[in-house]
Design a protein around this ligand. Sequence first.
Ligand code: FAD
Length: 313
Amino acid sequence: MNITIKDTVIIGSGPAGYTAAIYAARANMNPVMFTGMQPGGQLTTTTEVENFPGYPQGITGPEMMEDLQKQAERFGTVIHYEYITEVQMATEPGQLHRIVSSSGQEIQTRSIIISTGATAKYLGLEDETKYAGSGVSACATCDGFFYKGKPVAVVGGGDTAAEEATYLAKLCTQVYLLVRKHELKASKVMQERVFNTPNITVLFHHELIGLEGDKVVEKAHIINNQTQEKSELNVDGVFIAIGHKPNTELFQGKLDMDETGYLITKGKTTQTNLPGVFAAGDVQDNVYRQAITAAGTGCMAALDAERYVAEYF
Ligand code: FAD
């Protein structure tokens, strides 16, 4: 097997990974990136991105990610369209890490930048896929604006759902919050905000069972899970807010994570609990989850990795 030693390997090709690649490449670290199964990351699944600075007319997600890829390649990033299957991380500063990719390629590296992102959870309804980007969203901050002046529904009963509902209530005429149980799981403060917002209607014991509309969502079909009574809501958008799953299976038992699996970084850095291993983007952020914040921490991770390599090798 051909084993090479690199300054840094970037795992993941979303905004965090590409920004880390641009910075690391310009710092002469000759970064190697593994794209994973979704080259370009989550933004390749959306149409308009209107909130990333620098694009006054907006840009589609796939186009933006293509721009980032070109910029990273311009400075010499080597991109492999494979995913990582195994990571052995050093425990002492100055030791090499070992990474194996899906084709069996093995790389030793002085530092690792983890930017494997997170995946929004969905209910598993066929209509969620059918209307993805055409009325179904998992991000109110990203897509709420498209529903300005229109009625929407939010699915979920936790803090995320409560936050999405109150955010959307400022833009939308009416927000229906569909809660499976008889109460909200959200914190007391968030619950109060929901109940004190006049244009949020909380529908306890209600579940989404289907969507209807000509190309875009026009109606949500719901069911009362106590009485089994079915009804419909006239809404233009449905926001699924039942949580996210960070892509951290590879690092389980190796890196410090919070109770929901997000990687933990130290203070204002991207440093994980192991030396030379840095984390950027949604994989370590269960709060902001935006392209710009992912890009920002990608920049930080490259700078942290560069300083680490300069100090210990
Ligand atoms: P991701 O974009 O999640 O990328 C993760 C990468 O890791 C992928 O390339 C994946 O293939 C790779 N990966 C995973 N496992 C492995 C592995 N084992 N080996 C190698 N690679 C691996 N944000 C905005 O700011 N504005 C918007 O308008 C907006 N709209 C959105 C619309 C939708 C439909 C969605 C889903 C999200 C949207 N977001 C938006 C959120 C934004 O996409 C994310 O915050 C951002 O993509 C996070 O970037 P990331 O680099 O951390 O990870």
